[in-house]
Design a protein around this ligand. Structure first.
Ligand code: 13P
Length: 289
């Protein structure tokens, strides 16, 4: 069932768990995530990067999402990940996506504040929610972002700016990075605790790939209620594809459907493991969008 990102995340906040927000990039990955969440009785957030949304076209992504969400027995919302481009945000707002991440982390504070306020106004006018990022989360996600930490603010500045711009969810820098970790990251659940003391705005953890279950739990206990996972999904999809194609070649059997089934099963396994770590299994209740 279609749902609102904010409703799903608010319920997680009240229930002391986090909702998985998984980046997908085609119909197979989309259906695999939604089916795994349905089987686990877990709410879930589907995310598309700007690059994927552009490549597939917003109308096709929207139609695929509707078909998958309407067949699901759990609340599912559709979110645009890291988007610095207001014209893409306008397209998905018009298409009725549930939420967008306006990525203003490359901008100076005054400009980030001003542009975020404008995006919130245009999104809220159509009932679309906004995740705000003004500190840059290190790492490049599908062409967006930087490997260098350039903008950082105090927790009270973050809360003040988020309240002033009217954003619905906050994505602070928490020591994680997009992509595969080269060494162990210095994680900052203490920042979540500090933000929680100042505001009840839902907090989003980016860079979920590569964290341990115990690290996820520490962040959730501190107050994170949406966790983004992308690289782990892409990686298992590609590894399972390579394996299934090798099997097809060895057997000289060129049937695509068994290849898709093999990929889907592996993606679903990865999603289920994350849903278990996030504590969202068997938490699903009604949708609204
Ligand atoms: P990973 O690719 O590290 O899982 O990060 C995903 C993410 O934060 C998407 O916004």
């Amino acid at each position: 069932m279609r749902a609102s990102t904010l409703d799903i995340v608010r319920q997680a906040q009240e229930g002391g768990y986090a909702v998985g927000a998984f980046n997908v990039f085609d119909d197979l990955s989309l259906r695999s995530v939604v089916q795994a969440a349905s089987a686990a009785g877990s709410p879930v957030i589907i995310q598309f990067s700007v690059r994927t949304a552009r490549a597939m076209g917003v109308d096709l992504v929207t139609a695929m999402f509707h078909a998958a969400a309407d067949a699901a027995t759990v609340p599912v919302s559709l979110h645009l990940d890291h988007c610095p481009d207001v014209s893409v945000i306008e397209d998905v707002v018009r298409a009725g996506w549930s939420s967008v991440l306006f990525d203003a982390s490359h901008l100076g504070l005054a400009e980030a504040r001003e542009q975020t306020r404008r995006v919130v106004d245009l999104a809220h006018a159509r009932g679309v929610e906004v995740e705000s990022e003004i500190e840059n989360i290190v790492g490049v996600e599908d062409g967006v972002g930087s490997d260098v930490l350039t903008h950082a603010y105090s927790e009270s500045e973050l809360v003040e700016i988020a309240a002033e711009t009217g954003a619905d969810l906050l994505a602070p820098q928490l020591g994680t990075a997009h992509g595969l970790y080269k060494g162990r990251p210095v994680l900052r659940p203490d920042r979540v605790t500090a933000l929680r003391k100042l505001s009840d705005m839902p907090i989003v953890l980016h860079g979920g790939t590569g964290l341990t279950d115990a690290e996820f739990r520490t962040f959730i206990d501190a107050g994170v209620s949406k966790i983004n996972v992308s690289t782990a999904i892409k990686r298992i999809y590609m590894e399972a594809s390579a394996e299934a194609l090798r099997t097809a070649r060895d057997a000289n059997r060129w049937e695509p459907l068994p290849v898709f089934d093999a990929i889907s099963a592996r993606v679903a396994e990865t999603v289920t493991a994350h849903l278990e770590a996030f504590g969202s299994v068997a938490r699903a209740s009604g949708g609204s969008r």
